[in-house]
Design a binder for this molecule. Structure first.
Ligand code: C2E
Ligand code: MG
Ligand code: MG
Length: 645
């Protein structure tokens, strides 16, 4: 520190002392201020703060100690170093001088060199103190800054940790839940089932149930009202299911319209059944979505869980099998899993894999059921009906495998085989028997076949290959096929009609087709379902239905084939109503190729009218027939020609 800028206040009541010190200090380069009394010194210090004070002790008004005390009591001034000036005999007061806060002590007469050294020492000390103070303040500020920075970093870190935890939680939630409904997904559901299963293994009286729920005809909602409404419906269904459950139960969405429910710690199957009924009651209540009133229902399969299950997946599998069973029973049904279902399912699975090889192994055969003209009583054609000669199970009826082959897509190659085989057979009959010239072959179609691009061309190819004219082929469609993808279907049907192929609606009356739409489809024939024909009786509702359908068909210039004609009476009634054709056990069961050939050869004609006693039975036995003329009065007896008799 340069002495030049230091100000020293010299306090002494003796002017000569003041003068002397002032001169010496001036010369040494200090700025000097003087005060001749204690009170003057205090006033001077408060006016402007000196860097050091030389303070005489013995003064008349306030002595040096009092002045020092006052200064040290003032926080703004207390850091000024004070060197006491005292006569030599006042030595005992040195202790007091330090007690009141003095920094040093110089005795008179002054040794100037010593005094200057002490002044310099004190100023240096003071300047060092100030420097330390400054550094301290700076340090403090730096520490504060660093602390603030640290705190900020800390906060950021804490937020990051919170954010990461939240993201982690969400990730865990997402991997265990269904995005649409926010319900647990398969993974979480299976975890819960695993827990229930280990509970059951620990305590054998612990029972649980898994319910497999599938909405009925959800696809229709999705296809007709769009996926957005479909999604909303699923959310609404999830909410309804949840509202039926207890706090310990779990509901999950497996995907699509499939939900599973785990009922824990229940008393027995009755509890699961009650829950299934409660769920169905809730689900069948209609829902309004975007202005649509939607009525839906669910099929539910129940599997009772317990220690008898070795494998976790088996519980869900069995509930699924039971659900399929329930679906087969109609809408809004439930079924409880049992071992028979399991075996049936195994058979179905085996059948599915066998079915894939059946075509290559040439295991399919066609049987032919005669269709009779009710006007003339003569054979008008055949319906080709496929059968599967299973190497182990024997003859399997189409009722058992057609739906399966539709599900697996197998129906496309199988259907093509049926069509080709039926046409080939027709060609062969025509080549051998003149009587076959006027016959028409009916072949059933599945919706997947119709949806195959280029279907009409494929039919062309088969007709050409087998040399059967289009007009002698009748393709049988179901009502539901017409209601799917209506516009595209009409186009394909029109292409078939352009080739003169006859088109028939099979099982008419059992589907959902709207009568008012019928005229839009280029169909030529209605086949009244056998459920109406079977219970037809002149005064029943079914009779009216058959009559109405007949009238409708004729208005639209369509012909009618009655299916399932089993008695002469039905045949008569149908003829009276103007029905063109009949098909059923009364005339004949479906026949294998050989028997059908014999049938054709005999070119018989039937009694179709009960009142027509005269022509109770006529048969023109064909010369090539190997059969004796049947000694029968009514067509029923021709059953002996049939497959099962
Ligand atoms: P569908 O086309 O309605 O065929 C008539 C079914 O009724 C045949 O059963 C026939 O045996 C039976 N039936 C005929 N007359 C009578 C009768 O008087 N009383 C009774 N109770 N039943 C009678 P099948 O042969 O078991 O065929 C069942 C269904 O399988 C067929 O019903 C048809 O929808 C389907 N189907 C058969 N063959 C084929 C095929 O090649 N392709 C496709 N897509 N479906 C086929
Ligand atoms: Mg048919
Ligand atoms: Mg039918």
């Amino acid at each position: 520190m340069s002495q030049g800028c230091n100000t020293i206040l010299v306090v002494d009541d003796v002017s000569a002392n003041l003068q002397l010190l002032s001169d010496v200090l001036h010369r040494k380069g200090y700025q000097v201020r003087c005060a001749e009394s204690g009170s003057a010194a205090l006033a001077a210090v408060r006016l402007s703060k000196p860097d050091l004070i030389l303070l005489d002790i013995a003064m008349p008004d306030l002595d040096g100690y009092v002045v020092c005390q006052e200064i040290k009591a003032d926080p703004a001034l207390q850091d000024i170093p004070i060197i006491f000036l005292s006569a030599a005999d006042e030595a005992p007061d040195k202790v007091r001088a330090f007690e009141v806060g003095g920094a040093d002590y110089v005795t008179k007469p002054f040794n100037l060199k010593e005094m200057m050294a002490r002044i310099k020492h004190q100023l240096n000390l003071q300047s060092a103190r100030l420097e330390i103070q400054r550094l301290n303040i700076e340090l403090e500020a730096r520490v504060q800054r660093r602390t603030a920075e640290l705190e900020r970093a800390n906060n950021e870190l804490r937020n990051e940790v919170i954010e990461r935890r939240r993201a982690e939680k969400k990730l865990i939630f997402d991997t265990l839940h269904d995005e649409l409904t926010q319900l647990p997904n398969r993974t979480l559901f299976m975890e819960r089932v695993a827990q229930a299963l280990s509970c059951a293994r620990r305590s054998p009286c612990y029972q649980f149930a898994v319910l497999f729920l599938d909405l009925d005809r959800f696809k229709i909602v999705n296809d007709s009202l769009g996926h957005a409404v479909g999604d909303q419906l699923l959310i609404e269904i999830a909410r309804k299911i949840n509202s039926c459950l207890g706090p310990q139960d779990t509901v999950a969405r497996l995907g699509g319209d499939e939900f599973t429910i785990l009922l824990e710690d229940i008393q027995g199957g009755q509890d699961a059944v009650k829950m299934a009924e409660r769920l169905q009651a809730a689900i069948t209540q209609h829902i309004y979505l975007e202005g649509h009133r939607i009525v839906t229902s669910a099929s539910i399969g129940i599997a009772m869980g317990g220690s008898h299950y070795q494998q976790l997946q088996a519980v869900l599998r069995d509930a699924d099998i039971a659900m399929y069973q329930a679906k087969g029973m109609g809408r809004a049904c439930y079924a409880m899993f049992d071992q028979d279902m399991y075996l049936k399912n195994l058979r179905l699975l085996r059948m599915e894999s066998d079915l894939r090889q059946a075509l290559e192994r040439d295991e399919f055969v066609l049987h032919y059921q005669p269709i009779i003209s009710l006007k003339t009583g003569r054979l008008a054609g055949f319906e080709a009906l496929v059968r599967w000669q299973h190497p182990i199970d024997g003859m399997v009826s189409p009722g058992e495998f057609i739906a399966l082959s539709e599900d697996t897509g197998m129906i496309v190659p199988l259907g093509a085989w049926v069509l080709r085989e039926a046409c080939r057979q027709m060609r062969q009959w025509r080549d051998v028997y003149p009587a076959a010239a006027s016959l028409r072959m009916s072949v059933n179609l599945a919706s997947k076949q119709l949806q195959e691009p280029g279907f009409a061309q494929r039919v062309d190819y088969i007709l050409e290959e087998t040399g059967v004219p289009g007009q002698d082929l009748r393709l049988e469609l179901t009502e539901s096929m017409l209601m799917e993808r209506t516009e595209e279907t009409i186009q394909v049907l029109q292409q078939l009609r352009d080739r003169n192929i006859q088109l028939s609606i099979d099982d008419f009356g059992t589907g959902y087709s709207s009568l008012s739409y019928l005229h839009r489809f280029p169909v030529t024939t209605l086949k009244i379902d056998r459920s109406f024909v079977g219970k037809m009786n002149r005064d029943t509702e079914n009779f009216e239905i058959v009559r109405t359908v007949m009238a409708l068909a004729h208005t639209l210039s369509m012909e009618v084939v009655a299916e399932g004609v089993e008695t002469l009476e039905q045949s008569s009634q149908l003829r009276d109503l103007g029905c063109e054709y009949g098909q059923g056990y009364f005339f004949s069961r479906p026949l294998d190729q050989e028997t059908a050939s014999e049938f054709l050869v005999e070119t018989m004609h039937w009694q179709v009218d009960a009142s027509d006693d005269e022509v109770a039975y006529k048969s023109d036995i064909h010369p090539r027939s190997r059969r004796a003329k049947p000694v029968v009065r009514q067509g029923v007896s021709w059953q002996q020609l049939g497959e099962a008799g």
